[in-house]
Ligand binder design. Sequence first.
Ligand code: ADP
Length: 354
Amino acid sequence: MTTVAPAQHQHLHQRNQFVELALALVAARGVDDLLAAAPTALATALGNERRYRVIEARDDEDTSAGWPVPLVRDGRRVGTLLVEGESLPDAALLSPVCDLLAAALAARRQVADEQARALKEAAELKFDTVAMLSHEMRTPLASIKGYATALLLPDAAWDDATRTEFLEAIDAESDRLTALIEDILESAAIEAGVVRLELEPVLLPRLAARVIERISIQSSRHRFLVTFPPEFPAVVADAQRIEQVLTNLLDNAVKYSPGGGLVVVRGDVCPGEVVVRVVDQGIGIAPEDVNKLFERFFRVARSRSEGVGGTGLGLPISDAIVRAHGGRIWAESVVGSGTTLAFTLPHPRAGEHV
Ligand code: ADP
């Protein structure tokens, strides 16, 4: 007959309790489940004569009902294991459980902190966005209001030329406001994933010439050049949306080269795709900003401070449109010399005969 010495028996009993406890806790799915299961697991494994409560560290925590065992993680108390009973269980059993509970509480707190931070950042971004959009809308509205009020002044006798000038300004500022609202809607639609492409064969040289014709009216300081090789193929694309991309890029080329200069739209045929580049001789973009251009609402600080109107939505919208076609868009720039914004559109047979 095998006899077990009392000390050995105690050791075996403890080991069984520990295994039972570990199994109960390991079965928990996730941190919350583990924290909820811990009191029962402890009572089942260590005997029903005591009750256990896991209390998260709070200012108002009440631990007067039992033995408070601090739950410490990385030197910080994250909670308390409250043991209600005559005495505490063996420290050798309790201590690994406390470590586990402390780790679980710390993990839960970290997730909660991160969620709170993300919510705060989202709220700040929303506020910044609304503030920026309100500012952008207020500027043309203030002009419209100013000219309209001037025209309505009962005592003012405006001559025809001045009246026309004021009405033209109202007309231009209204267009600006409409474009801004369209950009905001478009951006929201892209974000919500409700943009559908209407594909058809598109002749990019013709489309580029049309956009240039429209944009060149806005600036007498710029010269425009469209250059496409004769074998440039038709691409299958949504003509209206690609026109929007070219309009955004050409608008920017003009806006960000206040001193004027040459603006070139160049097409190239490469294996499997076509590349369109819009090249300007403007202010350029610093290397640290180039990769941020396609983030929503990003504007280079200098563009803001120099009062050039914009929302920081044109390039993200263009990026989404180009990507929806299976293409890429990128910028290359040298501060003070100019910027090239380029995009590709796939063309399965492009470049075959080049
Ligand atoms: P915005 O409405 O401000 O022009 P975009 O999304 O079109 O918005 O462009 C984002 C920012 O990128 C602009 O505010 C400007 O700082 C910079 N940018 C875009 N195109 C050019 C360019 N051709 N030359 C210099 N900076 C540019």
